[in-house]
Design a protein around this ligand. Structure first.
Ligand SMILES: [Cu+2]
Length: 70
């Protein structure tokens, strides 16, 4: 099984607390193996352990109040 990585540009993360919120929210999604959020770069790197629709991740990020730039 090959691991698949997705990188999202995300606006609105201001601190480590925001990084944790995003990471914890995304880790609840089935198929998400690991998440690294970086508020300095405004990036969220998601490692998947199965194929899932990237819109599921995008919607989860937006549900908790951050904006995803394609
Ligand atoms: Cu914050």
């Amino acid at each position: 099984m090959s691991l698949n990585q997705l990188i999202f540009k995300v606006e609105g993360m201001m601190c480590g607390g925001c990084e944790n919120r995003v990471q914890n929210a995304l880790k609840t999604i089935d198929g998400v193996d690991d998440v690294k959020a970086n508020h300095v770069n405004g990036t969220v790197t998601v490692t998947l352990n199965k194929e899932i629709d990237k819109n599921v991740i995008k919607e989860k990020i937006e549900d908790i109040g951050y904006e995803v730039k394609e």
